[in-house]
Design a protein around this ligand. Structure first.
Ligand SMILES: Cc1cc2nc3c(=O)[nH]c(=O)nc-3n(C[C@H](O)[C@H](O)[C@H](O)COP(=O)(O)O)c2cc1C
Length: 167
């Protein structure tokens, strides 16, 4: 059973996951694909609750997130380290990560992208803006550290349509 909660109510669960082994970004409708992410922000822009996620062009998730205007971020329980490692090293181009991790697809409530039912909490988002990390404006040491080979992230701004927690 899912319970809708306030958008910022369980912020600590998301931050703990991001500062630990990561969370799952799910994109795609027909063949949804979970990708491990370590970077995301949650806040208010344009008077709306917004989650930003960053995806490099080399990811299969990049193709999927650009094909639809929605994404879900599912926050895992602490014991999901193995699945986070798999979804952070294998590509959905080469395998079905939902099947590899024995994840259950759970329908989104306000978006068409599904959740991972085994996760604790789900942010359902609709993309309202995107832009690229711009090397000419990025701090030089960050540029060297994170983009020696280019592959600059695109930043996606998702209006949070609802947050749902497993009861
Ligand atoms: C802890 C962790 C955090 C990661 N965070 C991101 C991220 O925020 N953005 C990104 O583009 N890739 C990130 N990655 C790398 C992708 O998860 C990885 O390249 C994945 O295999 C891509 O899957 P896909 O090709 O199915 O999209 C992260 C990997 C790990 C292990």
């Amino acid at each position: 059973m899912l319970k809708e909660i306030g958008i910022f109510d369980e912020y600590n669960l998301l931050i703990d996951a991001l500062r630990g082994r990561g969370a799952f970004l799910i994109t795609g409708l027909e063949t949804p694909n979970p990708m491990t992410i370590g970077w995301a922000t949650l806040g208010v822009i344009w008077g709306k609750p917004i989650m930003t996620v960053l995806v490099r062009p080399s990811r299969h998730s990049f193709f999927l997130i650009n094909s639809h205007d929605e994404f879900v971020v599912s926050v895992p329980p602490p014991e999901m380290g193995k699945q986070l490692a798999l979804c952070g090293t294998r590509s959905g181009r080469d395998c079905d990560k939902f099947a590899e991790c024995s994840f259950t697809r759970e329908d989104g409530v306000r978006v068409k992208v599904p959740h991972i039912a085994e996760c604790l909490m789900h942010y359902e988002c609709r993309i309202v803006h995107k832009n690229n990390v711009d090397s000419t404006r990025l701090d030089a040491s960050l540029s060297q550290q994170y983009y020696p080979g280019g592959d600059f992230h695109t930043i996606y701004y998702g209006e949070i349509m609802g947050v749902f927690k497993k009861e």
